[in-house]
Design a protein around this ligand. Structure first.
Ligand code: ADP
Length: 600
């Protein structure tokens, strides 16, 4: 446990980079401020000693004003040094948080795009952002306070020797009891319980988000919160853990801890009572009273210091879980770079004995698939759902890397092409392509930022978006998906197509978009696709067979295997899977027309 904390701390300090020194400077200054802050108590002791020994003729106490000024200046210096300490630790803490965010984003930029299919980018951002923010309390406050408190205890040991070790020990006892109580709550086997409690909290937060997302379904199907069994279970688990932790584990130690923290003098008073009578007998009662006065005033400082240790411990725990979230982001796999930076010779695509299995699956999504698409050819991928069409398409722009075999563009292995060159070569249009919450102009320009407005207009026109632009209040300068301007699914698809058109990449990977297409949109989308794919190498995932008839070649994928390959007519003659799919497709079509006629 201790070692883990050490490691986490050094991980955190590594994020601070050049600002690591500031954290250490802040901790040293905090220790100094603590010692300075204790000096006024020593001055009070000196004043009391002088007054008592000068009584009843107080004019003999000549040094008391000197001690008072010393007390003032050391208190002032203590505050000023603590201020400097906090300046250092805050600067380092903010830099650390900003470095964590920067390094996290830089890391995510290197992950394969497919990673974001299973890990929502919003969730990753949230983990990184909240993780970075949660390290701040530890670095800006707790670390300095912990070191300051340690310095205070060391000074206390020195003072114990100087004044009266018995009363000093009584004051320290409060600290020992309090730290012991804290450890029994958070350390040892309870640390595991604490981790479980935190995990239950995370599960509940996740289930809560799911629930909020599912509210439309709840409303439509007239369900209640109890239908979300997972959420209900997460809440119950969390309450059970929280109750067990608080009632069974924390109740007694926390009561002891708070009593010791707030009333450190309770240990002092009995010790003082025992000592008082022997001091009277020994004739050094005055010395005893001065020492007692010192420790009873001083015990208030111990309470503050112990409270700081408690906050420090919870800051450590917060930082622990924050680092866990951050490391989840940092552990995301990255795309290996070969640095060969090959330039593809042409725009052909070749799959050479390609297999691919998704992480966690035992069945390959693609199994030893080989085919070639020549420069300028249009090839359609068809086959039953789950056959591997989307997977094959995603391997071309390296959404994932193959498990075995090779994907080549213009004879170069895609893994040996510089990622920027690869992205320039390939444009992909998938269903539900994301449009940003900005103007139409910027959405289209996202594919080629240097494009002029005229080029954007041309691309929009080629993507059959003229009608959309005329109806928008500010034309291409209208913000979409905001302030009441929302586009239909089909309209969004056409704008996404304009974005692909303006990119003008020689290779197009296309997931035929059908989800939102009403007949009018359908015609326009088909026209836009024709403009997009003219003179390009095209791989198209086809959902409806009507659109594949004109493809140069059709590849049929089933269960991850390439089972047939050829032009439409050739495949029909083979009377295999494709011919069967075609028959079924036509039967479904005539059935549809039939029912429409009947309805009429
Ligand atoms: P198609 O596009 O032909 O419908 P896919 O390529 O989407 O087929 O899927 C092929 C196989 O890979 C299916 O068994 C599917 O369950 C699996 N699969 C697809 N995407 C993922 C993913 N992100 N994680 C795990 N398995 C996946």
């Amino acid at each position: 446990m201790e070692e883990k904390k050490q490691n986490n701390l050094s991980v955190l300090l590594d994020y601070a980079g050049a600002y690591k020194g500031l954290t250490f400077a802040g901790m040293a200054l905090s220790a100094l401020s603590m010692v300075l802050g204790m000096l006024p108590y020593v001055c009070i002791w000196l004043v009391l000693r002088d007054l008592i020994s000068a009584a009843p003729d107080y004019s003999n106490a000549v040094n008391i004003s000197k001690y008072a000024w010393m007390a003032f200046w050391s208190a002032f210096a203590g505050i000023a040094v603590y201020f400097c300490s906090l300046m250092c630790t805050h600067l380092a803490a903010f830099r650390t948080a900003s470095n964590i965010r920067k390094q996290g984003i830089a890391h995510l930029m290197k992950t394969p795009l497919g990673f974001f299919d299973n890990n929502a980018s919003g969730l990753l951002r949230n983990k990184l952002d909240s993780g970075a923010a949660d390290t701040e309390t530890l670095l800006a406050h707790n670390l300095a306070d912990i070191v300051g408190t340690a310095a205070m205890f060391l000074t206390l040991i020195v003072l114990m020797v100087v004044f009266d070790w018995r009363m000093g020990l009584a004051c320290m006892l409060a600290g020992i009891v309090s730290v012991g109580a804290l450890f029994s709550m958070m350390g040892g086997k309870n640390a595991q319980l604490m981790a479980e409690y935190q995990a239950a909290q995370d599960v509940m937060a996740k289930a809560g988000t799911e629930y909020v997302r599912g509210i439309p379904v709840v409303k439509v199907f007239q369900q209640t919160v109890y239908s979300f069994k997972a959420f209900e279970k997460a809440i119950n688990d969390y309450s059970a853990k929280a109750e067990h932790y608080q009632a069974d584990i924390c109740k007694v130690p926390q009561a002891v801890n708070l009593t010791a923290t707030e009333g450190s003098f309770v240990f002092l008073v009995p010790v003082a009572l025992v000592m008082a009578s022997s001091a009277l007998n020994a004739g050094n009662f005055i010395q005893f009273v001065v020492n007692f006065a010192f420790y009873s005033v001083f015990s208030a400082v111990i309470s503050t210091a112990l409270a700081r240790i408690m906050f420090g411990a919870s800051g450590m725990m917060l930082a622990d879980t924050a680092l866990m979230r951050i490391s989840q982001v940092m552990r995301a796999p990255v795309l290996p770079l070969s640095h060969k930076d090959l330039i593809p010779a042409g725009n052909s695509i070749e799959f050479d004995h390609v297999s691919f299995t998704y992480d966690g699956n035992d069945h390959p999504a693609l199994d030893d698939v080989s085919f070639k698409v020549d420069d300028g050819e249009t090839v359609a991928l068809v086959g039953p759902s789950g056959g591997g069409k989307t997977t094959a398409a995603s391997l071309i722009p390296r959404f994932w890397d193959v498990s075995s075999g090779t994907v080549r563009i213009g004879s170069a292995d895609v893994r040996d092409i510089d990622p920027h060159t690869l992205m320039e070569r390939v444009a992909f249009v998938f269903q539900n392509d994301h449009l940003f919450k900005t103007t139409v102009l910027e959405n289209v320009r996202a594919a080629r930022p240097q494009a002029s407005e005229t080029e954007v207009y041309e691309a929009l026109s080629a993507a059959q978006c003229d009608d959309i632009i005329t109806k928008l209040p500010d034309g291409i300068h209208t913000q979409i998906n905001a302030s009441g301007v929302f586009l239909s699914g089909g309209e969004q698809q056409r704008i996404a197509l304009a974005r692909a058109i303006i990119k003008d990449a020689p290779i197009i990977v296309l997931d035929e978009a059908t989800a939102f297409a009403d007949p009018e949109n359908e015609v326009k989308i088909q026209k836009a696709l024709k403009n997009l794919t003219r003179n390009k190498t095209v791989i198209m995932i086809a959902h409806r067979l009507s659109t594949v008839v004109s493809a140069d070649r059709i590849l049929v994928l089933e269960n991850g295997k390439l089972i047939e390959e050829g032009a439409h007519n050739e495949l029909l003659k083979k009377e295999g899977k494709y011919a069967q799919m075609w028959k079924e497709y036509n039967r479904a079509l005539s059935w549809k027309i039939g029912t429409e006629k009947e309805a009429a």
